[in-house]
Design a protein around this ligand. Structure first.
Ligand SMILES: Cc1cc2nc3c(=O)[nH]c(=O)nc-3n(C[C@H](O)[C@H](O)[C@H](O)COP(=O)(O)OP(=O)(O)OC[C@H]3O[C@@H](n4cnc5c(N)ncnc54)[C@H](O)[C@@H]3O)c2cc1C
Length: 451
């Protein structure tokens, strides 16, 4: 495996993981990143004693591959597990924070759902299946569990993870396992029981919600430091193929030759890079919506919040007609996020639900958010700390007919052999999914070059 050279454009988590694994497999890897630091959406900012995350806040590790990578990188001592209290999550109903049930008994007793919906859940195993077609998450959940479960369980959850609405997302692409359960077992409940029995003890791993003492950017920084060549402040502007080898342009220089180039750039930014290749051929920029999102980091004195914030945070169902999508109780989640006598909240506004709200200026947003925090968690003082992050494009929405989009990537890669598109627009948006996809891509390229 000597002398094979690979370039990675973009130092998002997918590209960095791929680069790290390829280097281990003997490739010469160069990463090109337009910013001055690695991580893309993963960005941690320390302001005095306030530690804020501009993008992801938590990693849910439920896969041994990801845990093994962290061990290999020597990250276990830096890793912190979410406080026990974070297992409690709140949903807003009629203006009140209700804790989400964590057991069957709690579910039966919970006021979150009406008796009618609780009986409706019991009917799910006996409903006929209607799988094998593309359907929205909303359509699927309403069909199998009824409207209230869609409104009070799934709608807020989808807003919290994907900054979007269940009506806008394809079940089979966003929750492929759920779609498969209906396909294979005719019911989600039967399927979940059967699937958990089938799992080998090797596959069963305790799920843990983690971050790092110095925040999530620790991970991309660690991966980047294990690489030989990372060119920061190098925006790639063009690609060119000459005699089966690839070259790229950046900062008025040409770099190469490379045997392969991996493009780990959000779809709305690939246009400029591909123009030189495809003329008007591929318009990835318009292929996928990335909803607008505002993230407000707000710090308050503990005594100024009546609620004890004993949980992960709260999510707001769309039917509650509020501006806030949800909030993380960041200083409850992990130690070292705020001064001892203060709370740090991370509040989300906009997304696919209310994109216009995300665009509001900081003062207007803070006023709206604080008004709702007064009602929801008993806020009664002004903030001590505030930071506003605006994402004009946040998280790619795997829309209905996403197969067409995936086919477009394949068509492009068939036409331009030696280029691969990699990132959260393919096979999962979570950081752990991006890591797994990066490792898989490195393995498949290694196989390809070894044969
Ligand atoms: C607000 C928010 C909250 C999130 N919360 C969570 C969470 O709690 N948990 C979780 O698991 N996931 C979360 N996610 C999702 C997750 O963070 C992302 O899906 C993931 O980090 C994206 O990684 P990526 O590999 O696609 O690359 P990106 O992060 O998209 O990185 C792409 C990189 O390409 C660079 N680039 C662009 N153009 C060029 C060019 N021409 N030349 C060179 N470089 C270029 C960019 O500067 C960037 O560094 C969240 C995302 C957002 C936005």
């Amino acid at each position: 495996m000597s002398n094979k050279k690979i370039a990675v454009v973009g130092s998002g988590i997918t590209g960095l993981t791929t680069a790290y694994s390829l280097k281990k497999n003997g490739f010469e890897v160069s990463v090109f990143e337009k910013n001055s630091e690695p991580g893309g959406a993963i960005k941690t900012v320390q302001n005095g004693e306030w530690l804020t995350e501009y993008g992801p806040n938590t990693l849910l590790i439920r896969d041994k591959t990801v845990a093994d990578l962290f061990t290999e990188l020597g990250l276990n001592d830096d890793m912190i597990v979410a406080n026990r209290e974070a297992s409690k999550r709140f949903i807003v109903k009629n203006g009140e924070l209700l804790s989400m049930p964590q057991s069957m008994l709690e579910a039966v007793r919970s006021p979150l759902l009406t008796i009618k919906s609780k009986f409706r859940i019991l009917k799910e195993p006996f409903l006929s299946a209607n799988p094998n077609r593309d359907q929205s998450i909303a359509e699927f959940i309403e069909r199998r569990f009824g409207r209230e479960i869609l409104d009070y369980a799934v709608n807020p959850f989808v807003a919290g993870i994907f900054a979007n609405r269940p009506e806008n997302l394809s079940l089979r692409h966003v929750f492929p396992k759920m779609a498969q359960l209906e396909e294979n077992y005719g019911s989600l409940i039967w399927g979940a029981i059967a699937a958990s029995r089938k799992k080998s003890s090797h596959e069963k791993m305790d799920r843990s919600l983690v971050s790092f003492k110095k925040g999530l950017q620790t991970l991309p920084l660690k991966l980047a430091s294990a690489l030989d060549v990372v060119h920061y402040a190098h925006k790639v502007t063009a690609l060119e193929k000459r005699e089966e080898l690839w070259y790229l342009s950046s900062n008025n220089n040409t770099f190469g030759p490379f045997n392969h180039i991996i493009i780990n750039v959000p779809l709305y930014q690939v246009g400029e890079i591909f123009n030189s290749l495809t003329k008007n051929g591929y318009t990835f920029e318009n292929e996928v919506d990335y909803p607008k999102l505002s993230v407000l980091h707000l710090g308050y004195k503990k005594e100024d919040i009546q609620h004890s914030l004993d949980g992960f945070g709260f999510l707001v169902p769309e039917v509650e007609n509020r501006s806030v999508l949800g909030a993380l109780f960041s200083s409850t989640l992990f130690e070292g996020r705020s001064p001892k006598e203060s709370h740090l909240l991370t509040v989300f506004v906009g997304g696919g639900r209310e994109p216009k709200l995300a665009e509001l200026d900081t003062n207007k947003l803070v006023t709206i958010v604080e008004e709702e925090l007064k009602e929801l968690i008993g806020l009664r003082g002004g903030y001590q700390f505030m930071d506003h992050v605006y994402w004009p494009k946040s998280i790619p929405a795997y829309h209905l007919n996403y197969d067409n989009t995936l086919n477009l990537f394949e068509k492009f890669e068939d036409e331009f052999l030696g280029l691969t598109m990699a990132g959260n627009f393919r096979n999962g948006i979570s950081v752990p999914d991006c890591i797994k996809n990066g490792l898989k891509l490195a393995d498949s390229l290694t196989d390809q070059f070894n044969h």
